[in-house]
Design a protein around this ligand. Structure first.
Ligand SMILES: [Zn+2]
Ligand SMILES: [Zn+2]
Length: 290
């Protein structure tokens, strides 16, 4: 069964948030476990966690993905930012494992002011330090590809591969990847055309390894191909377009992955429309030969 869902805004409790995602048509979801723009994390009671588990079982909501806090920059060389980032990331790992999430999605970080090699080494050390002694349970850490705005790491597959390969040997939490369709396109991977999709998929296989890719963020792109602009658009209304998404959804490697929307959603209707759009495009791809 296709897994299609969205980044769900908090509806108070974890169980309530999951229930609302289901009401909007989702059978997988992503959440924040703390305010994404504040350093302090939140705590979840055992009762709240048990309620979430029950709701997920009853409504068949899987996987549960947690997105990490936007302020975290494990690549930073600034001692204050670094200490805070590692502490906060530790909290993200602990909470995601505790609530039974399958995945924690993390942006690799920004190399602003330092060499890329140093930034990558900082990220590895940061993940190692943050995950020391952690009981990961069923949690896998996913490094997300980025649009490459500013000095953002992760717009090149080689960087993501290097991070995974080095980190995987040093930590006891499994490490994989999350692909974001908007970020791919903005980083210069032309997934909007049949040839470009084929080439990008081959590169993903060669450099990242499809086995390590676990989640797709499904976002259309406001910015042009290679613009490095991280601006999400509703499905079919951006530069990737409906046909582009239809082909991505039908691709033999992409199609086995959960698709999670992070598109502009002012109202519940916006959310329903994008979920319906992805499901409709899945249907259509069955009737059209590639
Ligand atoms: Zn994303
Ligand atoms: Zn983005």
């Amino acid at each position: 069964m296709r897994r299609i869902g969205l980044h769900a805004r908090s509806a108070g409790s974890l169980a309530g948030t999951a229930e609302r995602a289901h009401d909007l048509g989702a059978n997988t979801l992503q959440i924040f476990t703390s305010s994404p723009r504040m350093w302090r994390g939140s705590t979840h009671s055992p009762a709240e966690i048990a309620a979430l588990r029950r709701v997920r079982e009853r409504l068949d909501l899987a996987p549960l993905v947690v997105h990490d806090n936007y302020l975290i920059n494990l690549a930073s060389a600034d001692p204050t930012v670094r200490t805070r980032s590692i502490e906060t990331f530790r909290g993200e790992l602990e909470r995601a494992a505790l609530i039974g999430a399958e995945y924690l999605v993390a942006h690799p970080g920004s190399a602003k002011g330092i060499a890329v090699e140093q930034a990558l080494a900082n990220v590895v050390e940061g993940i190692v330090e943050a995950s020391r002694g952690l009981d990961p349970g069923g949690l896998t850490l996913l490094l997300e590809c980025t649009a490459g705005a500013g000095a953002a790491l992760g717009a090149r597959f080689e960087e993501l591969r290097a991070l995974r390969e080095v980190t995987a040997n040093l930590v006891n939490v499994p490490v994989g990847f999350c692909l974001d369709t908007c970020h791919l396109f903005a980083a210069g991977f032309d997934i909007a055309t049949p040839g470009g999709l084929r080439q990008t998929a081959a590169e993903i296989g060669d450099v990242l390894g499809w086995d390590h890719v676990k989640v797709v963020h499904a976002n259309d792109s406001k910015g042009a191909l290679g613009s490095r602009l991280d601006r999400h658009e509703n499905i079919g209304e951006g530069q990737i377009g409906k046909e582009g998404f239809r082909r991505v959804l039908a691709h033999p490697e992409f199609r086995r992955l959960p698709f999670i929307l992070e598109t502009p959603m002012e109202t519940d209707n916006d959310a329903r429309r994008d979920i319906d759009m992805l499901r409709t495009l899945c249907q259509r791809s069955r009737t059209i030969t590639q």
